[in-house]
Ligand binder design. Structure first.
Ligand SMILES: [Zn+2]
Length: 183
């Protein structure tokens, strides 16, 4: 039987469902993910523990999408990885974010609708965020498998606008600002 993660990946990235269905999956995922991060960032030092099922319920997200969340956040945790490859609903997991890693990884994913969440204001200073932003852009690496968002896709922030007219523009403006400060 496929693990939770295998099922998530085949549906989200693979050929587990038709293209239009996959687009819908991502729109739903992005909305849930944004809510999830807004809650986690309210108190970034809070440690969430419980089974996959329990934490999914806590955040009001079903286990399928919560698997995607755990997959996405795994590189941004404080000195700890969850057994995402093998976990099932009853596996104990832990979410304790490392704010700097999380911000950096959001920049890497070009997720301006996430690194631009107002909750960040109370967590990392504007200066530190700018440093992390530049550090990531300079590294030029993209390690994580993430959803490729095309300019004409609906923006992941849920505004209903096209990505190119919404947060794609915001990310490009951030990049230009960072570059001009280098000069
Ligand atoms: Zn947007």
């Amino acid at each position: 039987m496929a693990t939770l993660l295998e099922n998530w990946r085949v549906q989200a990235y693979g050929d587990g469902r038709a293209k239009a269905e996959q687009e819908k999956l991502w729109q739903e995922y992005f909305a849930l993910e944004k809510g999830f991060y807004a809650e986690v960032l309210k108190d970034p030092s809070h440690v969430f523990t419980g089974s996959v099922q329990e934490l999914a319920e806590h955040f009001g997200i079903n286990v399928f999408y919560f698997t995607g969340i755990l997959d996405g956040i795994d590189e941004s945790l404080k000195g700890f990885h969850n057994p995402i490859e093998t976990m099932d609903e009853n596996t104990e997991v832990r979410i304790e974010i490392d704010p700097e890693k999380l911000y950096y990884n959001m920049v890497e994913a070009k997720a301006s609708w996430l690194y631009g969440l107002p909750e960040w204001d109370g967590i990392l200073s504007e200066e530190r965020r700018r440093e992390l932003y530049k550090e990531q852009k300079k590294s030029g690496t993209v390690r994580r498998e993430s959803k490729k968002i095309y300019p004409n896709d609906p923006c992941p922030c849920g505004s209903g606008k096209k990505y190119k007219k919404c947060h794609m523009r915001q990310d490009e403006e951030m990049a230009m600002k960072a570059l001009s400060e280098e000069a």
